[in-house]
Design a protein. Structure first.
Lengths: 237, 347
Protein backbone atom coordinates (compact mmCIF):
# COMPACT_ATOMS: atom_id res chain seq x y z
CA UNK A 1 0.00 0.00 0.00
CA UNK A 2 1.30 3.45 -0.87
CA UNK A 3 0.78 6.57 1.13
CA UNK A 4 -2.20 8.68 0.03
CA UNK A 5 -1.95 11.61 2.41
CA UNK A 6 0.25 12.72 5.25
CA UNK A 7 0.55 15.60 7.69
CA UNK A 8 3.90 16.20 9.34
CA UNK A 9 4.28 18.49 12.36
CA UNK A 10 1.22 20.53 11.41
CA UNK A 11 0.40 23.49 13.64
CA UNK A 12 -2.66 25.70 13.21
CA UNK A 13 -3.10 28.99 15.04
CA UNK A 14 -6.17 31.12 15.61
CA UNK A 15 -4.69 34.55 16.28
CA UNK A 16 -1.97 33.55 18.76
CA UNK A 17 -3.61 30.45 20.18
CA UNK A 18 -2.38 27.12 18.85
CA UNK A 19 -5.53 25.08 18.18
CA UNK A 20 -3.53 22.16 16.74
CA UNK A 21 0.12 21.52 17.70
CA UNK A 22 2.70 19.43 15.82
CA UNK A 23 0.25 16.86 14.57
CA UNK A 24 1.55 14.12 12.29
CA UNK A 25 -0.65 11.49 10.73
CA UNK A 26 -0.92 9.52 7.53
CA UNK A 27 -3.53 7.73 5.44
CA UNK A 28 -2.56 4.79 3.23
CA UNK A 29 -4.30 4.14 -0.07
CA UNK A 30 -7.68 2.45 0.43
CA UNK A 31 -7.54 2.89 4.20
CA UNK A 32 -10.10 4.37 6.57
CA UNK A 33 -8.32 6.39 9.23
CA UNK A 34 -10.18 8.04 12.07
CA UNK A 35 -9.30 10.87 14.41
CA UNK A 36 -11.31 10.72 17.63
CA UNK A 37 -11.29 13.05 20.58
CA UNK A 38 -13.46 15.27 22.75
CA UNK A 39 -15.25 18.41 21.66
CA UNK A 40 -12.80 21.28 21.11
CA UNK A 41 -9.75 19.03 20.71
CA UNK A 42 -9.03 20.57 17.28
CA UNK A 43 -10.44 17.82 15.06
CA UNK A 44 -12.35 20.18 12.75
CA UNK A 45 -9.39 22.60 12.69
CA UNK A 46 -7.19 19.73 11.48
CA UNK A 47 -9.47 19.03 8.50
CA UNK A 48 -9.87 22.73 7.69
CA UNK A 49 -6.08 22.98 7.48
CA UNK A 50 -5.89 19.83 5.34
CA UNK A 51 -8.31 21.27 2.75
CA UNK A 52 -6.72 24.72 2.93
CA UNK A 53 -9.56 26.75 4.48
CA UNK A 54 -7.19 27.50 7.40
CA UNK A 55 -3.51 28.39 7.07
CA UNK A 56 -1.10 25.99 8.77
CA UNK A 57 2.59 25.41 9.41
CA UNK A 58 4.17 22.04 8.72
CA UNK A 59 4.08 19.70 5.75
CA UNK A 60 1.01 18.46 3.88
CA UNK A 61 1.63 15.80 1.23
CA UNK A 62 -1.09 14.39 -1.01
CA UNK A 63 -0.20 11.65 -3.50
CA UNK A 64 3.48 12.58 -3.29
CA UNK A 65 2.93 16.32 -3.90
CA UNK A 66 3.39 19.07 -1.35
CA UNK A 67 -0.03 20.76 -1.26
CA UNK A 68 0.67 23.13 1.66
CA UNK A 69 0.66 26.29 -0.49
CA UNK A 70 -2.13 25.28 -2.85
CA UNK A 71 -5.54 26.94 -2.83
CA UNK A 72 -8.62 25.03 -1.69
CA UNK A 73 -9.78 24.78 -5.31
CA UNK A 74 -6.46 23.34 -6.49
CA UNK A 75 -6.63 20.68 -3.77
CA UNK A 76 -10.20 19.81 -4.79
CA UNK A 77 -9.10 19.52 -8.43
CA UNK A 78 -6.53 16.95 -7.27
CA UNK A 79 -9.49 15.08 -5.78
CA UNK A 80 -8.99 15.82 -2.12
CA UNK A 81 -12.51 16.41 -0.82
CA UNK A 82 -14.03 17.51 2.47
CA UNK A 83 -17.55 16.98 3.77
CA UNK A 84 -17.59 19.65 6.48
CA UNK A 85 -19.41 19.43 9.78
CA UNK A 86 -21.93 22.07 8.67
CA UNK A 87 -22.45 20.16 5.36
CA UNK A 88 -22.36 23.52 3.48
CA UNK A 89 -25.10 22.50 1.06
CA UNK A 90 -26.59 24.91 -1.48
CA UNK A 91 -29.89 25.09 0.38
CA UNK A 92 -31.89 27.09 -2.21
CA UNK A 93 -30.88 24.74 -5.01
CA UNK A 94 -32.32 21.34 -5.88
CA UNK A 95 -30.80 18.05 -4.78
CA UNK A 96 -29.91 17.30 -8.43
CA UNK A 97 -28.15 20.66 -8.82
CA UNK A 98 -26.21 20.13 -5.58
CA UNK A 99 -25.00 16.79 -6.89
CA UNK A 100 -24.16 18.20 -10.30
CA UNK A 101 -22.08 20.97 -8.69
CA UNK A 102 -20.20 18.25 -6.82
CA UNK A 103 -18.73 17.26 -10.18
CA UNK A 104 -17.72 20.85 -11.02
CA UNK A 105 -13.99 20.21 -10.57
CA UNK A 106 -13.91 17.30 -13.04
CA UNK A 107 -12.40 18.26 -16.39
CA UNK A 108 -13.61 15.08 -18.07
CA UNK A 109 -17.41 15.42 -18.09
CA UNK A 110 -18.11 12.14 -19.90
CA UNK A 111 -18.50 10.06 -16.73
CA UNK A 112 -20.65 12.51 -14.78
CA UNK A 113 -24.02 10.92 -15.62
CA UNK A 114 -22.69 7.48 -14.68
CA UNK A 115 -21.39 8.76 -11.33
CA UNK A 116 -24.75 10.46 -10.72
CA UNK A 117 -26.55 7.15 -11.36
CA UNK A 118 -24.18 5.42 -8.93
CA UNK A 119 -24.87 8.04 -6.25
CA UNK A 120 -28.62 7.63 -6.79
CA UNK A 121 -28.21 3.83 -6.52
CA UNK A 122 -26.35 4.28 -3.25
CA UNK A 123 -28.87 6.80 -1.88
CA UNK A 124 -32.28 6.05 -3.47
CA UNK A 125 -33.81 8.67 -1.18
CA UNK A 126 -31.88 11.38 -3.01
CA UNK A 127 -33.26 10.19 -6.33
CA UNK A 128 -36.81 10.46 -4.97
CA UNK A 129 -36.11 14.01 -3.84
CA UNK A 130 -33.93 15.17 -6.73
CA UNK A 131 -36.15 18.15 -7.58
CA UNK A 132 -36.62 19.24 -3.97
CA UNK A 133 -34.56 22.13 -2.56
CA UNK A 134 -31.67 20.90 -0.40
CA UNK A 135 -32.80 23.15 2.46
CA UNK A 136 -36.05 21.19 2.84
CA UNK A 137 -34.36 17.82 3.48
CA UNK A 138 -34.21 16.09 6.88
CA UNK A 139 -30.92 15.86 8.78
CA UNK A 140 -30.14 12.35 7.57
CA UNK A 141 -30.99 13.20 3.96
CA UNK A 142 -28.78 16.28 4.14
CA UNK A 143 -25.85 14.16 5.28
CA UNK A 144 -26.55 11.73 2.44
CA UNK A 145 -26.60 14.63 0.01
CA UNK A 146 -23.34 16.02 1.42
CA UNK A 147 -21.74 12.58 1.02
CA UNK A 148 -23.23 12.09 -2.43
CA UNK A 149 -22.10 15.52 -3.56
CA UNK A 150 -18.54 14.75 -2.44
CA UNK A 151 -18.64 11.40 -4.27
CA UNK A 152 -19.61 13.23 -7.49
CA UNK A 153 -16.05 14.68 -7.48
CA UNK A 154 -14.63 11.11 -7.59
CA UNK A 155 -12.40 11.77 -4.57
CA UNK A 156 -9.11 9.97 -3.97
CA UNK A 157 -9.22 11.01 -0.32
CA UNK A 158 -12.50 11.87 1.31
CA UNK A 159 -12.36 13.75 4.60
CA UNK A 160 -15.50 13.52 6.71
CA UNK A 161 -16.12 15.86 9.64
CA UNK A 162 -18.54 14.40 12.19
CA UNK A 163 -20.82 12.67 9.68
CA UNK A 164 -22.98 11.30 12.51
CA UNK A 165 -23.53 14.64 14.25
CA UNK A 166 -27.14 15.28 15.15
CA UNK A 167 -28.48 12.18 13.42
CA UNK A 168 -30.79 9.46 14.78
CA UNK A 169 -29.02 6.19 15.73
CA UNK A 170 -30.61 4.25 12.88
CA UNK A 171 -29.36 6.77 10.32
CA UNK A 172 -25.93 6.90 11.97
CA UNK A 173 -25.63 3.16 11.35
CA UNK A 174 -26.62 3.64 7.71
CA UNK A 175 -24.08 6.43 7.22
CA UNK A 176 -21.27 4.34 8.72
CA UNK A 177 -22.27 1.38 6.54
CA UNK A 178 -21.96 3.66 3.54
CA UNK A 179 -18.55 4.90 4.69
CA UNK A 180 -17.32 1.32 5.08
CA UNK A 181 -18.59 0.45 1.61
CA UNK A 182 -16.68 3.35 0.04
CA UNK A 183 -13.47 1.47 0.78
CA UNK A 184 -14.50 -1.00 -1.93
CA UNK A 185 -14.56 1.88 -4.42
CA UNK A 186 -10.89 2.52 -3.63
CA UNK A 187 -11.60 5.78 -1.81
CA UNK A 188 -9.29 6.52 1.12
CA UNK A 189 -11.07 8.13 4.05
CA UNK A 190 -10.02 10.41 6.88
CA UNK A 191 -12.87 10.36 9.36
CA UNK A 192 -13.16 12.76 12.27
CA UNK A 193 -15.69 11.68 14.89
CA UNK A 194 -16.95 12.20 18.40
CA UNK A 195 -18.84 8.93 18.15
CA UNK A 196 -15.63 7.04 18.91
CA UNK A 197 -17.08 3.55 19.03
CA UNK A 198 -18.77 3.72 15.62
CA UNK A 199 -15.68 5.36 14.13
CA UNK A 200 -13.25 2.75 15.47
CA UNK A 201 -15.54 -0.10 14.39
CA UNK A 202 -15.43 1.23 10.83
CA UNK A 203 -11.79 2.38 10.62
CA UNK A 204 -8.52 0.54 10.01
CA UNK A 205 -6.37 2.90 12.03
CA UNK A 206 -7.08 5.52 14.65
CA UNK A 207 -5.55 8.59 16.25
CA UNK A 208 -6.68 10.20 19.50
CA UNK A 209 -6.53 14.00 19.55
CA UNK A 210 -6.67 15.85 22.88
CA UNK A 211 -6.21 19.62 23.30
CA UNK A 212 -4.62 19.92 19.87
CA UNK A 213 -2.12 17.07 20.17
CA UNK A 214 -2.09 13.42 19.16
CA UNK A 215 -1.88 11.48 22.42
CA UNK A 216 -2.33 7.95 21.15
CA UNK A 217 -2.53 6.04 17.89
CA UNK A 218 -2.75 2.47 16.66
CA UNK A 219 -4.81 -0.03 14.68
CA UNK A 220 -8.50 0.62 15.31
CA UNK A 221 -9.13 -2.92 16.59
CA UNK A 222 -6.49 -2.39 19.30
CA UNK A 223 -7.74 1.06 20.30
CA UNK A 224 -11.27 -0.20 20.72
CA UNK A 225 -10.04 -2.54 23.48
CA UNK A 226 -7.73 0.00 25.14
CA UNK A 227 -8.82 0.39 28.77
CA UNK A 228 -8.00 4.12 28.91
CA UNK A 229 -10.02 4.86 25.79
CA UNK A 230 -12.88 2.69 27.01
CA UNK A 231 -13.27 4.81 30.14
CA UNK A 232 -12.66 8.15 28.36
CA UNK A 233 -14.56 7.81 25.08
CA UNK A 234 -16.25 4.46 24.67
CA UNK A 235 -18.54 4.72 27.69
CA UNK A 236 -17.15 1.62 29.46
CA UNK A 237 -18.41 -1.90 29.01
CA UNK B 1 -55.13 63.67 -14.37
CA UNK B 2 -57.17 61.97 -17.09
CA UNK B 3 -56.93 58.27 -17.81
CA UNK B 4 -55.18 59.06 -21.12
CA UNK B 5 -52.41 60.90 -19.37
CA UNK B 6 -52.18 58.19 -16.72
CA UNK B 7 -51.77 55.58 -19.47
CA UNK B 8 -49.05 57.58 -21.19
CA UNK B 9 -47.25 58.10 -17.90
CA UNK B 10 -47.55 54.41 -17.04
CA UNK B 11 -46.11 53.31 -20.38
CA UNK B 12 -43.34 55.85 -20.10
CA UNK B 13 -42.65 54.62 -16.57
CA UNK B 14 -42.57 50.98 -17.63
CA UNK B 15 -40.01 51.79 -20.33
CA UNK B 16 -37.78 53.73 -17.91
CA UNK B 17 -38.31 51.00 -15.34
CA UNK B 18 -37.26 48.33 -17.83
CA UNK B 19 -33.93 50.10 -18.29
CA UNK B 20 -33.53 50.34 -14.51
CA UNK B 21 -34.46 46.66 -14.30
CA UNK B 22 -31.52 45.63 -16.49
CA UNK B 23 -29.11 47.58 -14.30
CA UNK B 24 -30.84 46.37 -11.11
CA UNK B 25 -30.53 42.72 -12.19
CA UNK B 26 -26.84 43.29 -12.89
CA UNK B 27 -26.42 44.92 -9.47
CA UNK B 28 -28.05 41.95 -7.73
CA UNK B 29 -25.97 39.51 -9.79
CA UNK B 30 -22.70 41.12 -8.76
CA UNK B 31 -23.77 41.64 -5.16
CA UNK B 32 -24.84 38.04 -4.57
CA UNK B 33 -21.72 36.55 -6.17
CA UNK B 34 -19.08 39.00 -4.86
CA UNK B 35 -20.85 40.90 -2.00
CA UNK B 36 -19.87 44.15 -3.76
CA UNK B 37 -22.61 46.75 -4.24
CA UNK B 38 -21.22 47.95 -7.55
CA UNK B 39 -22.17 51.65 -7.57
CA UNK B 40 -20.26 52.42 -10.83
CA UNK B 41 -22.76 50.25 -12.68
CA UNK B 42 -24.69 53.27 -13.92
CA UNK B 43 -21.41 54.77 -15.13
CA UNK B 44 -20.84 51.67 -17.26
CA UNK B 45 -24.29 52.22 -18.82
CA UNK B 46 -23.54 55.92 -19.46
CA UNK B 47 -20.11 55.09 -20.93
CA UNK B 48 -21.79 52.66 -23.34
CA UNK B 49 -24.07 55.43 -24.57
CA UNK B 50 -21.08 57.78 -24.96
CA UNK B 51 -19.11 55.05 -26.74
CA UNK B 52 -21.95 54.44 -29.18
CA UNK B 53 -22.33 58.17 -29.80
CA UNK B 54 -18.61 58.44 -30.61
CA UNK B 55 -18.85 55.47 -32.96
CA UNK B 56 -21.90 57.06 -34.64
CA UNK B 57 -19.85 60.25 -35.14
CA UNK B 58 -17.07 58.14 -36.72
CA UNK B 59 -14.68 58.94 -33.85
CA UNK B 60 -12.83 56.20 -31.99
CA UNK B 61 -14.26 56.36 -28.46
CA UNK B 62 -12.20 57.11 -25.33
CA UNK B 63 -13.34 53.74 -24.01
CA UNK B 64 -10.53 52.16 -26.06
CA UNK B 65 -7.83 54.06 -24.20
CA UNK B 66 -9.57 53.40 -20.87
CA UNK B 67 -9.65 49.64 -21.53
CA UNK B 68 -5.98 49.61 -22.57
CA UNK B 69 -4.90 51.46 -19.39
CA UNK B 70 -7.02 49.24 -17.13
CA UNK B 71 -5.74 46.09 -18.90
CA UNK B 72 -2.10 47.13 -18.37
CA UNK B 73 -2.76 47.92 -14.69
CA UNK B 74 -4.64 44.66 -14.09
CA UNK B 75 -1.91 42.64 -15.83
CA UNK B 76 0.78 44.28 -13.74
CA UNK B 77 -1.08 43.53 -10.50
CA UNK B 78 -1.82 39.96 -11.55
CA UNK B 79 1.82 39.30 -12.48
CA UNK B 80 3.09 40.68 -9.17
CA UNK B 81 0.55 38.58 -7.26
CA UNK B 82 1.45 35.40 -9.16
CA UNK B 83 5.20 35.92 -8.71
CA UNK B 84 4.74 36.58 -5.00
CA UNK B 85 2.74 33.34 -4.63
CA UNK B 86 5.30 31.37 -6.66
CA UNK B 87 2.75 30.52 -9.35
CA UNK B 88 4.85 31.19 -12.44
CA UNK B 89 3.04 28.54 -14.45
CA UNK B 90 -0.11 30.71 -14.44
CA UNK B 91 1.67 33.69 -16.07
CA UNK B 92 0.79 32.88 -19.73
CA UNK B 93 -2.85 32.49 -18.77
CA UNK B 94 -2.83 35.84 -16.91
CA UNK B 95 -1.19 37.57 -19.89
CA UNK B 96 -3.84 36.13 -22.20
CA UNK B 97 -6.90 37.05 -20.15
CA UNK B 98 -5.80 40.38 -18.68
CA UNK B 99 -3.70 41.78 -21.53
CA UNK B 100 -4.08 40.00 -24.88
CA UNK B 101 -7.86 39.60 -24.78
CA UNK B 102 -8.79 43.21 -23.87
CA UNK B 103 -6.18 44.57 -26.31
CA UNK B 104 -7.54 42.29 -29.04
CA UNK B 105 -11.04 43.65 -28.40
CA UNK B 106 -9.83 47.25 -28.66
CA UNK B 107 -7.75 46.41 -31.76
CA UNK B 108 -10.67 44.69 -33.44
CA UNK B 109 -12.95 47.65 -32.68
CA UNK B 110 -10.35 50.06 -34.07
CA UNK B 111 -9.95 48.06 -37.30
CA UNK B 112 -13.71 47.63 -37.77
CA UNK B 113 -14.20 51.37 -37.26
CA UNK B 114 -12.12 52.06 -40.39
CA UNK B 115 -14.68 50.23 -42.51
CA UNK B 116 -17.51 52.57 -41.35
CA UNK B 117 -19.72 49.73 -40.12
CA UNK B 118 -23.56 49.80 -40.04
CA UNK B 119 -25.51 50.49 -36.82
CA UNK B 120 -25.87 46.83 -35.80
CA UNK B 121 -22.09 46.35 -35.87
CA UNK B 122 -21.58 49.63 -34.01
CA UNK B 123 -23.89 48.37 -31.24
CA UNK B 124 -21.84 45.19 -30.95
CA UNK B 125 -18.60 47.19 -30.92
CA UNK B 126 -19.89 49.48 -28.16
CA UNK B 127 -20.84 46.46 -26.02
CA UNK B 128 -17.51 44.75 -26.75
CA UNK B 129 -15.55 47.81 -25.71
CA UNK B 130 -17.54 48.31 -22.51
CA UNK B 131 -17.66 44.74 -21.14
CA UNK B 132 -13.96 44.40 -20.15
CA UNK B 133 -14.09 47.51 -17.91
CA UNK B 134 -15.92 46.07 -14.89
CA UNK B 135 -13.99 42.75 -14.77
CA UNK B 136 -10.70 44.67 -15.02
CA UNK B 137 -11.79 47.07 -12.26
CA UNK B 138 -12.70 44.01 -10.20
CA UNK B 139 -9.17 42.63 -10.62
CA UNK B 140 -7.50 45.96 -9.82
CA UNK B 141 -9.71 47.24 -7.02
CA UNK B 142 -11.87 44.54 -5.43
CA UNK B 143 -9.88 41.29 -5.67
CA UNK B 144 -7.22 42.43 -3.16
CA UNK B 145 -9.95 43.21 -0.60
CA UNK B 146 -12.35 40.41 -1.54
CA UNK B 147 -12.52 39.14 2.05
CA UNK B 148 -13.34 42.57 3.49
CA UNK B 149 -16.67 43.49 5.04
CA UNK B 150 -19.65 44.51 2.90
CA UNK B 151 -19.26 48.04 4.26
CA UNK B 152 -15.60 48.27 3.20
CA UNK B 153 -16.46 46.98 -0.28
CA UNK B 154 -19.30 49.51 -0.54
CA UNK B 155 -17.08 52.40 0.52
CA UNK B 156 -14.46 51.46 -2.07
CA UNK B 157 -17.24 51.05 -4.63
CA UNK B 158 -18.45 54.61 -4.01
CA UNK B 159 -14.87 55.92 -4.32
CA UNK B 160 -14.48 53.97 -7.56
CA UNK B 161 -17.62 55.63 -8.91
CA UNK B 162 -16.14 59.09 -8.35
CA UNK B 163 -12.87 58.01 -9.96
CA UNK B 164 -14.80 56.72 -12.97
CA UNK B 165 -16.78 59.96 -13.33
CA UNK B 166 -13.45 61.80 -13.47
CA UNK B 167 -12.12 59.35 -16.05
CA UNK B 168 -15.37 59.79 -17.99
CA UNK B 169 -14.78 63.54 -18.20
CA UNK B 170 -11.21 62.91 -19.30
CA UNK B 171 -12.03 60.35 -21.99
CA UNK B 172 -15.42 61.55 -23.27
CA UNK B 173 -15.41 65.28 -22.57
CA UNK B 174 -18.19 67.38 -21.02
CA UNK B 175 -20.66 67.33 -23.96
CA UNK B 176 -23.90 65.41 -23.67
CA UNK B 177 -24.94 62.96 -26.38
CA UNK B 178 -28.18 61.57 -27.70
CA UNK B 179 -27.90 58.72 -30.19
CA UNK B 180 -30.25 58.14 -33.10
CA UNK B 181 -33.34 56.02 -32.28
CA UNK B 182 -32.89 52.32 -32.99
CA UNK B 183 -36.28 52.21 -34.67
CA UNK B 184 -38.76 54.78 -35.97
CA UNK B 185 -41.76 52.44 -35.85
CA UNK B 186 -44.65 53.14 -33.53
CA UNK B 187 -47.95 51.55 -32.75
CA UNK B 188 -51.21 52.46 -31.09
CA UNK B 189 -52.50 50.45 -28.17
CA UNK B 190 -55.84 51.26 -26.51
CA UNK B 191 -55.75 54.78 -27.89
CA UNK B 192 -52.22 55.50 -26.65
CA UNK B 193 -49.30 55.91 -29.03
CA UNK B 194 -46.36 53.67 -28.12
CA UNK B 195 -43.04 54.39 -29.79
CA UNK B 196 -40.92 51.60 -31.22
CA UNK B 197 -38.09 52.62 -28.91
CA UNK B 198 -40.30 52.07 -25.88
CA UNK B 199 -41.30 48.64 -27.11
CA UNK B 200 -37.69 47.82 -27.91
CA UNK B 201 -36.67 48.72 -24.35
CA UNK B 202 -39.32 46.48 -22.82
CA UNK B 203 -38.59 43.61 -25.23
CA UNK B 204 -34.83 43.87 -24.64
CA UNK B 205 -35.35 43.82 -20.88
CA UNK B 206 -37.54 40.74 -21.17
CA UNK B 207 -35.17 38.94 -23.56
CA UNK B 208 -32.08 39.60 -21.44
CA UNK B 209 -33.83 38.60 -18.22
CA UNK B 210 -34.99 35.43 -19.97
CA UNK B 211 -31.49 34.63 -21.22
CA UNK B 212 -30.10 35.17 -17.74
CA UNK B 213 -32.74 32.81 -16.33
CA UNK B 214 -31.78 30.12 -18.86
CA UNK B 215 -28.09 30.64 -18.07
CA UNK B 216 -28.64 30.24 -14.31
CA UNK B 217 -30.97 27.27 -14.56
CA UNK B 218 -29.50 25.21 -17.37
CA UNK B 219 -25.71 25.65 -17.47
CA UNK B 220 -23.07 24.38 -15.07
CA UNK B 221 -21.33 27.77 -15.03
CA UNK B 222 -24.63 29.51 -14.23
CA UNK B 223 -25.29 27.05 -11.42
CA UNK B 224 -21.76 27.56 -10.09
CA UNK B 225 -22.49 31.30 -9.88
CA UNK B 226 -25.69 30.63 -7.95
CA UNK B 227 -23.79 28.25 -5.68
CA UNK B 228 -21.19 30.93 -4.93
CA UNK B 229 -24.01 33.33 -4.09
CA UNK B 230 -25.78 30.82 -1.81
CA UNK B 231 -22.76 29.40 0.01
CA UNK B 232 -19.22 30.64 -0.59
CA UNK B 233 -17.43 28.03 1.52
CA UNK B 234 -19.52 25.22 0.09
CA UNK B 235 -18.78 26.30 -3.47
CA UNK B 236 -15.04 26.54 -2.80
CA UNK B 237 -15.17 22.97 -1.52
CA UNK B 238 -16.58 21.99 -4.93
CA UNK B 239 -13.58 23.63 -6.60
CA UNK B 240 -15.54 26.72 -7.74
CA UNK B 241 -13.17 29.71 -7.60
CA UNK B 242 -14.94 32.79 -6.17
CA UNK B 243 -12.63 35.07 -8.19
CA UNK B 244 -13.59 33.39 -11.47
CA UNK B 245 -17.28 33.43 -10.54
CA UNK B 246 -16.85 37.14 -9.77
CA UNK B 247 -15.29 37.82 -13.18
CA UNK B 248 -18.17 36.08 -14.95
CA UNK B 249 -20.68 38.04 -12.84
CA UNK B 250 -18.96 41.33 -13.75
CA UNK B 251 -18.88 40.39 -17.45
CA UNK B 252 -22.57 39.52 -17.50
CA UNK B 253 -23.46 42.51 -15.35
CA UNK B 254 -21.62 44.97 -17.57
CA UNK B 255 -23.27 43.46 -20.62
CA UNK B 256 -26.66 44.21 -19.03
CA UNK B 257 -25.56 47.72 -18.07
CA UNK B 258 -24.26 48.21 -21.62
CA UNK B 259 -27.57 47.15 -23.15
CA UNK B 260 -29.45 49.52 -20.85
CA UNK B 261 -27.07 52.34 -21.86
CA UNK B 262 -27.74 51.68 -25.54
CA UNK B 263 -31.50 51.62 -24.94
CA UNK B 264 -31.62 54.82 -22.93
CA UNK B 265 -29.26 56.87 -25.15
CA UNK B 266 -31.86 57.76 -27.82
CA UNK B 267 -34.40 58.77 -25.13
CA UNK B 268 -32.28 60.79 -22.68
CA UNK B 269 -29.28 63.03 -23.20
CA UNK B 270 -26.34 61.27 -21.57
CA UNK B 271 -23.35 63.06 -20.03
CA UNK B 272 -20.17 61.57 -18.59
CA UNK B 273 -21.76 61.74 -15.12
CA UNK B 274 -25.31 60.67 -16.01
CA UNK B 275 -24.66 57.14 -14.78
CA UNK B 276 -24.94 57.97 -11.11
CA UNK B 277 -28.70 58.66 -11.05
CA UNK B 278 -29.37 55.69 -13.32
CA UNK B 279 -27.33 53.40 -11.07
CA UNK B 280 -28.86 54.80 -7.91
CA UNK B 281 -32.44 54.35 -9.12
CA UNK B 282 -31.69 50.81 -10.21
CA UNK B 283 -30.17 50.28 -6.77
CA UNK B 284 -33.40 51.51 -5.14
CA UNK B 285 -35.26 48.99 -7.32
CA UNK B 286 -32.88 46.23 -6.26
CA UNK B 287 -33.36 47.15 -2.58
CA UNK B 288 -37.14 47.07 -2.98
CA UNK B 289 -36.65 43.52 -4.27
CA UNK B 290 -34.46 42.62 -1.29
CA UNK B 291 -31.05 42.77 -3.05
CA UNK B 292 -30.95 39.00 -3.60
CA UNK B 293 -33.91 38.26 -5.85
CA UNK B 294 -33.78 38.81 -9.61
CA UNK B 295 -37.54 38.98 -10.21
CA UNK B 296 -37.81 41.13 -7.08
CA UNK B 297 -35.19 43.56 -8.42
CA UNK B 298 -36.89 43.72 -11.84
CA UNK B 299 -40.32 44.40 -10.32
CA UNK B 300 -38.83 46.94 -7.90
CA UNK B 301 -37.03 48.72 -10.75
CA UNK B 302 -40.18 48.92 -12.89
CA UNK B 303 -42.00 50.27 -9.82
CA UNK B 304 -39.34 52.96 -9.45
CA UNK B 305 -39.72 53.83 -13.16
CA UNK B 306 -43.49 54.20 -12.90
CA UNK B 307 -43.26 56.22 -9.68
CA UNK B 308 -40.68 58.50 -11.30
CA UNK B 309 -42.88 58.97 -14.34
CA UNK B 310 -45.91 60.03 -12.28
CA UNK B 311 -43.73 62.10 -9.94
CA UNK B 312 -42.25 64.03 -12.85
CA UNK B 313 -45.78 64.84 -14.05
CA UNK B 314 -46.77 66.20 -10.64
CA UNK B 315 -43.55 68.07 -10.02
CA UNK B 316 -40.61 67.51 -12.28
CA UNK B 317 -38.25 69.36 -9.95
CA UNK B 318 -39.05 66.99 -7.10
CA UNK B 319 -39.18 63.70 -9.00
CA UNK B 320 -35.82 62.43 -7.71
CA UNK B 321 -36.71 63.51 -4.17
CA UNK B 322 -39.93 61.50 -4.39
CA UNK B 323 -38.18 58.42 -5.78
CA UNK B 324 -35.42 58.40 -3.18
CA UNK B 325 -37.85 59.16 -0.33
CA UNK B 326 -39.46 55.86 -1.25
CA UNK B 327 -36.30 54.17 0.00
CA UNK B 328 -36.85 55.22 3.63
CA UNK B 329 -40.15 53.42 4.36
CA UNK B 330 -38.95 50.43 2.36
CA UNK B 331 -35.72 50.16 4.32
CA UNK B 332 -37.66 50.41 7.59
CA UNK B 333 -40.08 47.74 6.42
CA UNK B 334 -37.23 45.51 5.23
CA UNK B 335 -35.27 45.84 8.46
CA UNK B 336 -38.37 44.94 10.47
CA UNK B 337 -39.29 42.06 8.17
CA UNK B 338 -35.91 40.33 8.21
CA UNK B 339 -33.85 40.82 11.32
CA UNK B 340 -31.28 38.26 10.21
CA UNK B 341 -30.40 39.62 6.81
CA UNK B 342 -27.18 41.25 8.07
CA UNK B 343 -25.74 37.97 9.35
CA UNK B 344 -26.68 36.16 6.17
CA UNK B 345 -24.79 38.71 4.11
CA UNK B 346 -21.74 38.54 6.36
CA UNK B 347 -21.71 34.77 6.03
Amino acid sequence: MSEMFSMTDVTVCYDNVEAVRNVSLSVEEGQIVTVIGPNGAGKTTLLMAAIGLLASRGRLVFQGNDIGRMSVEDRVERRLCLVPEKRELFSDMSVADNLLLGSYSLRDRSGVQKTLDEVYDRFPRLKERQRQAAGTLSGGERQMLALGRALMAKPKLLMLDEPSLGLAPLIVREIFRTIASLRDLGVSILLVEQNARAALETADYGYVLETGEIVQSGPAKDLIHDPRLITAYLGGH
Amino acid sequence: MTSDIAAILAIDGIATGAVYALVAIGTVLIFTVTRVIFIPFGDIAAFTALTLAALDAKRFPGTGALVVILACLATLIEIITLLRNGERRLLPRALFFYLALPLAVVGLAWLTMRAEPPLAIRLVLALMLITPIAPLLDRIVFRPIADGTVLLLLTVSVALHFALVGLGLLFFGPEGVRTEPLTSLSTEFAGVLISGQTMLIVIAALVFSGLLYLFFDFTLVGKSLRATAVNRTGSRLMGIRPARAGTIAYLLGSLMAGVSGILIAPVNTIFYDSGFLLGLKAFVGAIVGGMTSYPGAAIGAVGVGILESFASFESSALKDVIVFSLLIPILIWRSLASLHSEEEIEE
